[in-house]
Design a binder for this molecule. Structure first.
Ligand code: FES
Length: 179
């Protein structure tokens, strides 16, 4: 797995849109007074969605400010969970499980397909369509090997099935519809 550090190029500024700022307030209101920082996961997630699939430092600072917490604590959360991307990703970001069940069922062969079709882990393909990373258990071991693309899980993948999936996404050229 590549190091999870903030990308070397950062935008100057990030702020939630009006709608997302209003939505953030509803999330924060779910938690008891004094525990507002508990809303950090959904807020970081929404910031990532707003910023095209990855979290720049100004977005992490923005969320920390809203939650009245030190920016470093927000960065600790963002860098811990692999669902948060600290560098730009392709339109279709593949998260490939490498933990024991998936490994035993052929995850290494899937990794080689990703390398051959997309490039090195963490890089964005030259057409901007794809990127990939290895992650720990996605919690769907019964369907090993598993890859998550956007919000969709693809289970019992074979190298052939993954190639077909990449071909289909390349033809489509846009992210999966939200479920
Ligand atoms: S080991 Fe791959 S989903 Fe659990």
């Amino acid at each position: 797995m590549t190091a999870r550090l903030p990308h070397h190029e950062q935008p100057d500024h990030f702020a939630f849109t009006k709608d997302n700022a209003a939505w953030a307030k509803t999330q924060i209101a779910k938690y008891p007074k004094g525990r507002e920082a508990s809303a950090i996961l959904p807020l970081l997630w929404r910031a990532q969605e707003q910023h095209g699939g990855w979290l720049p430092e100004p977005a992490i600072r923005h969320v920390a400010e809203i939650l009245n917490m030190p920016p470093m604590r927000a960065l600790e959360v963002a860098s811990f969970y692999t669902m948060f991307q600290l560098s730009p990703v392709g339109r279709h970001h593949l998260q490939l499980c490498r933990t024991i069940s998936c490994w035993l069922r052929g995850a290494e062969a899937l990794r080689e397909i990703c390398r051959a079709r997309i490039g090195e882990e963490g890089a964005v393909s030259t057409d901007g369509l794809f990127s990939w990373q290895e992650v720990e258990c996605l919690g769907a071991c019964v369907g090993a090997p598993v890859a998550q693309i956007g919000e969709v899980y693809h289970e019992t993948l074979t190298p052939e099935a993954l190639e077909k999936l990449i071909d289909a996404l390349a033809r489509k050229g846009k992210p999966d519809a939200r479920r």
